[in-house]
Design a protein around this ligand. Structure first.
Ligand code: ATP
Length: 316
């Protein structure tokens, strides 16, 4: 893997609070790398350090070969950044916003003009150059912001919750753009709270309280953190005490209510009849796929347990 981003023991403290705690990982050229975590886990702080906007307290990272600690200005020129509250001027027209971005990266004249045409085509906004940005729906504004972030052909693009608050159709469209950029060799570092989007990433890092306890492909994370089987248990007349009956089956590790039915995690040895049997003739158990949401919950729970154990040991 040719690494575009190499992160080594990256740490950021604000006073006595550690927002990013000794994080290390690499991202390959052209990879779509997803960064997940609860609110306040440290994702934005990591991105802002990797963009050269916030200096690390300890550790370092190289982004396209430039050290974020020693050469943040070179990092800023080499990357594109779409922040959570992306920096479009709502009263400006789309083309004016893009000219502004281009100017900030040293593009001008005919070169800027033809590059704006190119990115408008790429993000499917041809014909909207003269639209006032504030008049556009959220999904289109997001594509303008992405266009601004890639105008100067950066090798790495950081996207901080780029699809927050837009509808599923617009999200899907945005992701097909991201995939196209990645296929052309652009490295994508993206944070999201949408687990379906995380599935599009080649690898996913999961942050918990400033640390990065899990990092793997979506399939690898599921195999590690959600071992065994996941079932969907349904039926028109399930008994009132279904949860208790399912929990009592040997090999069941977790029972969650889901819609009108139940989602059950079990060890490998458990069969459909073991789950449906105790619930009467109407019950049906079918194998379901583990999701990244299952992974997320498992990692957060494992971390909370570890923290509890450490506290207990510390207090003993
Ligand atoms: P979200 O999903 O809500 O965007 P996040 O994972 O991006 O969350 P960060 O924004 O990186 O989280 O914040 C991590 C922690 O660091 C939070 O507790 C936040 O309050 C704290 N923090 C961030 N910036 C500062 C700052 N400038 N001064 C003090 N604390 C800060």
């Amino acid at each position: 893997m040719t690494a575009s981003i190499v992160v080594e023991h990256l740490t950021r403290r604000f006073g006595s609070f550690t927002a990013v705690d000794d994080v290390s990982f690499e991202v390959g050229r052209g990879e779509i790398f997803g960064y997940l975590g609860a609110n306040g886990a440290g994702k934005t702080t990591t991105i802002r350090m990797l963009c050269g906007l916030v200096p690390p307290t300890a550790g370092d990272a190289r982004v396209t070969g430039h050290s974020i600690g020693r050469h943040p200005e070179q990092v800023k020129q080499a990357i594109g950044y779409m922040s959570q509250r992306f920096s479009l001027y709502p009263e400006l027209r789309v083309g004016e916003n893009l000219s502004f971005f281009g100017g900030a990266y040293g593009l001008w004249g005919r070169g800027l003009r033809s590059r704006i045409d190119e990115v408008l085509e790429l993000v499917d906004l041809v014909g909207h150059e003269h639209d006032r940005t504030s008049d556009l729906p959220g999904g289109m504004r997001q594509r303008v912001a992405l266009a601004g972030a890639i105008l100067h052909r950066p090798a790495v693009v950081f996207l901080d919750e780029p699809t927050a608050g837009v509808d599923p159709v617009a999200r899907r469209r945005f992701w097909s753009l991201i995939r196209r950029l990645s296929a052309e060799g652009t490295t994508i570092f993206v944070t999201t709270h949408y687990m379906d989007e995380a599935e599009y990433c080649a690898r996913v890092g999961l942050m918990v309280a400033g640390r990065l306890p899990a990092l793997d492909s979506p399939a690898g994370l599921k195999a590690t953190y959600v071992p065994g089987r996941v079932w969907s248990v349904q039926g028109p007349h399930l008994p009132r005490d279904t949860r208790a009956r399912l929990s009592a089956v040997e090999g069941v590790t977790e029972v969650q209510s889901m819609g009108a039915g139940w989602r059950v995690r079990t060890e490998e040895r458990v069969q459909a009849a073991d789950l449906a049997g105790p619930l009467g003739p109407d019950a049906v158990a079918t194998l379901d796929a583990a999701t990244l949401e299952d992974v997320f919950l498992a990692v957060v729970n494992a971390d909370a347990q570890k923290a509890g154990t450490a506290r207990a040991l510390g207090g003993a």
